[in-house]
Design a protein around this ligand. Sequence first.
Ligand SMILES: [Zn+2]
Length: 863
Amino acid sequence: MTQTPAQTAPQMPAQTAVKLADYQPYSHVLDRVALTFHLSPQATRVQARLHLAPNPARGSGLDLRLDGENLVLIALAVDGQRLELQPDATGLTIPAHLLPDAPFVLETEVEIAPEGNTALEGLYMSGGMYCTQCEAEGFRKITFYPDRPDVMARFHVRIESDMPVLLSNGNPVAAGPGWAEWDDPWPKPAYLFALVAGDLVAHSDRFTTQSGRDVALNIWVRKGDEGFCAYAMDSLIRSMRWDETAYGREYDLDVFNIVAVDDFNMGAMENKGLNIFNSKYVLASPETATDEDFARIEAIIAHEYFHNWTGNRITCRDWFQLCLKEGLTVFRDQQFSGDMRSHAVKRIEDVLMLRGRQFREDGGPLAHPVRPDAYVEINNFYTATIYEKGAEVIGMLKRLVGDAGYKAALDLYFDRHDGAAATIEDWLQVFEDATGRDLTQFKRWYTEAGTPQVSVRDDWADGVYTLTLAQTLPATPGQPHKGLKVIPVAVGLLNPNGDEVVPTTVLELTEAQQSFRFSGLAARPVPSILRGFSAPVVLNRAVSADERAFLLAHDTDPFNKWEAGRALAKEVMAHMITDAAPVSRNWLAALARVALDHGLDPAFRALALRLPGEDDMAATLAAAGHVPDPVAVHAARQALADAVAAELAPVLPGLIAGMATPGPFSPDAAQAGRRALRNAALALLTRRDGGAAARAAFAAADNMTDSLAALVALLEIGAGAPELAAFEARWQADRLVMDKWFMLQVLYAAPQDLAAVVRRLTARPDFDWKNPNRFRAVIGALSANHAGFHHADGAAYDLLADWLLRLDPKNPQTAARMSTAFETWPRYDADRQALIRRALQRILTAPGLSRDLGEMAARMAAG
Ligand SMILES: [Zn+2]
């Protein structure tokens, strides 16, 4: 059957878009806030005192509009005078005639029920503790308030509860039995508010800032977890030191608290002085966490800490400017991870992620600019485009203005906007003022969606080498006309003997087509283009396999060295799929040389051995005009892995032995790199020896990295059932490790078994689908099993739709995020398209659909 179902107009819930063009400053200024919480699972009382005045920027005589959702209003007073007003579904309006035309105090008392809050936005309960998540718009579920980032106020918080540990933002000022008070001297928007109350224990340390402030550091966890905090604390201390030396920014409170929470929609949240983390990104030990987990924890701790300046001290004027804090803070955490580990390896990993998630988003129905100009539900815009492309744009800016220009611009940014809510215009202005550069054209990177394509021609005549670069901009739905971008293209030239004759030079492509000449060369050089992935673009250039192999062997730029091997692997795989070509002998030989090159970082060699993923390969085929067949892609990748294993078979045991890591476990980059290469070799050997070495490695493993790698190696060849059972028996009480156990079975299920495997896993009593980590581990992993998700029977599509509809009423934010598995539907054949569209239609027509999931499904269905 190849017919798409009849298109009927979806019955959408009413969706009103918020538009950037409609921005107005708030009607009032809010200077101080005093909050008192009487905590109770079913009936928490929140008293708020807001010190308000008419905003001179808006004039007087305006109504006061406060956001508020799911709040029971108990009392309301202005300057002590009680008012009898009824809130509506989204807030409360106090008419201007009831307000003084001068500073006044507004008092409210509301009742909320944190125990019933399964959306995990606002004040909710997780594992018996109270906690909050207010970004983006959760504070309106706590009290009536102008819940927008440009309203910044100083908060004083009193918590009354019988919980032993009571935390909020800022510094602790007073406490007694059953109560505590916190005062935050720094003005902040409500999305940075946090409160935690629970029976917690702390892993503590201290830090002295460069100006001599003594800061108490605490990581608060449930009893029994305190032994799993050392790496997070170490990462925090290194982050604090790094921000002082790299950006001249130091911490500004007496205490920095982190709390680990099991039920959390996001990774972590940078609330001022009280960061709340998904426990997955705090808790780690060598026995329970992999090297990737350690690296993630280090990066996320750093990210949230760096927000103290880029996000908290300087925040966003409105949510359209989200990339102002997120793009910049991701860029900073990438710099930090590079400094702590390896810049080359970090760059490759970041680009893999960018291409895997952001390029996919940018080329599909969910494409949107780094700074969108409209949204229905802001929670749907915490995307790879805002975060990862937002960071790439800053990397390009830095490349264009140079390190000194970047530093001058950042210093000016911190001086000029500290304590304020800023915009992308403000951000670009500091670069213009500090460097004298006109960024009018550059700004299009923020305002236009889509991944530019850069094509390259080269020419050699009379001793002059000419590179001609041209840019094209793919159409994006709703955005037919786009302007030319400023694209920094870093280029180096190599002699035919492999010597570099022109070191890395940044060419600025600003026109539709431009030529760049290099003279004084003795022979036609081999170009190495887009070094370090200097711009988030797709490079189109016909390159022979020989030239790629040459760059893989000789390029001095580690990114492009890896890229040459990657491109070769993709070409080999594409030929296997489209022309049934055999695996290229030359590619195998080149790959083997890199794998065995002891002059290279083992982590780099492990990355070189990692084959392109199936989703990546499907995207590559689609970009080349083919309709990817998921079955063929899966088969080709298996065949390729078998061929690599056969090629390297004689050297694998030596490689594994040579990469041993004697001595105690350390999660540092050097040891992690050796484990990565050793385990890559083990996975290949497993394809040759029926799993004997992997079974032995699993039995002998004394850390999670090795244990999991051996298990994955077995699952990849369809073995590993006894090891899965042993893993479960050992770890069934550890919720984070069991998330891995669940996810592995989804990722490595045989394609035809995927739906059945997921049905079996979701029927287990320990499949707690209301816990976002567990839901992500199973339902969120479905589409990562590419051939299984896209199995022709459509069973996995239906299963995903069923679960999204089940989760949506409880947790719309996570349901909406997981729905992006469907975003690639235009790539596939008509039968699969019809099946996915049917699933999307079923979601769209479901009664009571949330704004979150409704917006996502509508955008995908329209794509
Ligand atoms: Zn962030």
